[in-house]
Design a protein around this ligand. Sequence first.
Ligand code: DGT
Ligand code: CA
Ligand code: CA
Ligand code: ZN
Length: 571
Amino acid sequence: MENKGIADIFTAIADILDIEGGNPFRVRSYRNAARTIEDLSQSLESMVKTGMNLEEIPGIGKSIREKIEEIISTGKCHFLEELRAQVPAGLTELLKLEGLGPKKVKALQDQLGVDSVDRLEKAAQAGRLRNLAGMGLKTEEKVLKSIEKYRAGMGRFKLSVGFIYAQALLEYLKEVPGVRRLGPAGSFRRRKETIGDLDILAICAKGCRVMDRFTKYGEVAEIIAKGETKSSIRLQCGLQVDVRVLDEESYGAALHYFTGSKAHNVAIRDRAKELGLKINEYGVFRSQGDKRISGAKEEDIFKAVGLPFIPPELREDRGEVQAAEQGMLPRLIELSDIRGDLQMHTTATDGKNSIAEMADKAKEMGYSYIAITDHSKAVRVAGGLDEKGLAKHLKESETVNSQFSGLRILKGVEVDILADGSLDLKDDILQECDVVLAAVHSRFNMEEKEMTRRIVKALKNPNVNILAHPTGRLILEREAYKVNLREVIQAVIDYGVILEINAYPDRLDLRDVDARLAKEMGAKLAISTDAHSAAQLELMRFGVYTARRGWIEAKDVINTLPLEKLMKILR
Ligand code: DGT
Ligand code: CA
Ligand code: CA
Ligand code: ZN
């Protein structure tokens, strides 16, 4: 089983214990274990196979190690199954609704007998929540909204989760004798922020047993369909995977077709029609007489309609066909353009690694610079720094910097934007920093006008360099706060501030279309991971994917610049 699947089991345990009012330390130890496991760069399964003692991993003790070994050898966790037998199945689902924590879920169950999303919806509609302690009319409205949102996102998975399963599954299928070519298509290949399912295409030799092997994959929960050319399974995590076996001569046409998006395909096919051609998943044909022209390579499709290759990330029918026609396609940014990372946290606040450990990893990645940007004091849950704490931390950054050659460690902070738009730390300490990120971490439910005024006021502070995660959304979990983004973008331009594309896979904030808007209005961007561990510095790729979907080029992004040029922008 993948690390992610094992982590999900520990999260499920923690959720149930939490609702049952279990010992908070125990709950936390399961949650921490889940997080640790998700962050591991090596698979637990391979560690167990090589005989490594898992208790050497920080945060993993005897009881969790035993459970991991059980899960790896049996695919199941007995303890979780026991817990599940004690609570209604729908109850833990309630935790997935925005704004509902274990305490509220428990209260709803005890006082109203609510133990599923459907029942909660009925109770809210019937006005039965408003009389509970700590709830009211507003709660009912909010609950109904979160239910609506939950249902809309149901069955979708974050791109990063798709990556975990896609990589493992592709590795597995590659080993099957007779598989000649293998690759992802669909929204995964377009790097959309969430995927509905995973689409995989293959070319196989005659007699290849790829479908047998696919449907016998270790994490299959259900075989939805099994055929010679198409099979679908559902993994234990709920993700559906489709595999299609194609003919070599039509691989390109099928790859284009199944990469989508549907709207892009329609735009290409309309163009083909005007040229007297027909394009489908089997190839390019003449409309008259059905003579086949090409289709083995994906380039064939674009060539047939007189266009240059359009990268998958742009295929959303958002003007890419017209841009291609006019020779105006952007030269999209690539991961290799990135020279450093401008947001990360360390053990000084809620990160897992020291400054030196972050720097080691950055060096290994070939970066020229990183900025250490821990939280400020208003973010209490993260142990944010006050002026004194930051002063000491900046000194430490300097010291570590002097120990590294070829990597510049910039002194920074992620300072909180308080409710009134003032900053959480005094100007004289902010002046000491090379990089100041400003961000909203509280009071998300302000009115749009108030939130916009709050952020714009913060941007006026001349010490602020970058507006971090500008809209505050968490994918599939929390909507962006209400804010007039155009006004914010205009303000960053006016005050010389950079907008962040936060690469952390739960955030991807700015999102693709907003990054594009920012670029079109003339703003500059930074792509930063917000890493809370050294391993998470690798998450940069998700920020780059988002930028590419936003038509962003290397020249729009400040952390593609060499150090000296970057320093000029940061002043
Ligand atoms: P998803 O899975 O919801 O994240 O989105 P996609 O884009 O991966 O959609 P999916 O898996 O239903 O189908 C994969 C691709 O196949 C889709 O992007 C375009 C193509 N496709 C599927 N159904 C149709 C269709 O009815 N018409 C056209 N033109 N293309 C289709
Ligand atoms: Ca799909
Ligand atoms: Ca599909
Ligand atoms: Zn933040």
